[in-house]
Design a protein around this ligand. Sequence first.
Ligand SMILES: [Zn+2]
Length: 454
Amino acid sequence: MRVTRGKQLRLSQGQLLGCGVHTFGYDYIRKTPTSRPQMIINEREAEIVRYLFETYASEQIGLDRIAKRLEDMGAITKTGKKLWRRSFLKTVLRNETYLGVKYFNTMRCIREYANPIYDIKHSTLKRINRNREDWIGVEVPAIISRELFDRVQDRLKDNRKRYRNPRQAQLLSTLVRCGCCGGSVYAYRRWERSKRKGPPCVLHSMAYKCNWRFRQQLHSKNSQISRCTNREIKGPLLEGRVLAMVKEVMLDPAKLRECMDFFREDAHAAELRLEKEVKAINGRLEALHEQKRRIIDIYASGDLSRDGYVEKNRELDGMIETLNARSKELAENTVLLHKAGAIDTAIAQYCEGARVRLNKCGSDPSSMRAFMLQYVEKIVHLNGKVSLHGRVPVRHEQGNDTETNTLPFCIESEVTREERYLEKMRTAEAMRYQQSVALLREQSASDLRETERL
Ligand SMILES: [Zn+2]
């Protein structure tokens, strides 16, 4: 935060500023004409802060477990919520204010431009840390001792040194949604240990799991949250099914057309709208003709001059002409709706394009993923049921200009029992192979020892 001169003066006098003072564990008291602003300890929150620091420093449990414990104890956040998150606990553990000094002037903003020739609209403000010597500290009551704080920082630092697998995008990463809670589904690498007798060995595989399904288990059993019941699915099963759906339905224009429920509904609605307008125009036309007839009557009775009669008739004829033109246009539009030809061509083109693209991919994982990202909008998975959503662009001519609309489609399918069985067999086969290799290795090692002994 940038500190202006007035603020700098107040800071140098040891006064708190009003920004960033809502630290968990403290209450902020605004300044009055007679007293300075103050941060005082909020005993209820400070108790939680102490508990958090002490537990993290002395017990070998993670922040997720601590969050769960806090929920079990019925602790409440500053905003009155009952759920605790790891990320919040981490910011508390890193906050130096608990040592008794609240620091200001710790950050500054710099403006970053996507391109130097762009104007200010294309820039973002980025906060960066200032050097420590620029920080201005103001004394507040301490909650934690220096020794405890340092122990916690050591453990946090150790955690950062631990090895974590780098992120890897799987074939359907970011495309899958949960059919139960609507949340995102992530792909993760998992392993299975052999349960059979013989040398122990593990098999590496991958699965897609609902994000919330994973995160809900980080909260206490007593917490009132809606829970997701969607089970995870093995990677090869889901990917195999999606590929089969693409090959069987998405590349086949006739089958793909059947998956466009939305389109049929839209066309029906459009037809109704057109019908309504045509009806209205017909009514207006009838009224105009009636008016013409009445004018003849008036003219015949001698109440209207010849010039007046001609003028009125011309006016009415003009209106009738415009309405007729509109009516014709509407009729053409309705025909276009029924002219499935344009749409069928678009679908055929789409399928052909997808087929060519898919053939080019071969078995290369990264180009397969690029194909999925281009042709698949999302995949929804719910306990074995899979639906694939996408859009077909349709170009149609409207008067002089061409418009491109997209028609959504949804392919529904389910992982078959046969696929599950085959996947199970494949896993068992791979496990057997691993074990036989491990067995051979063991044998050759013992043989080697034997020969060495002799
Ligand atoms: Zn879910």
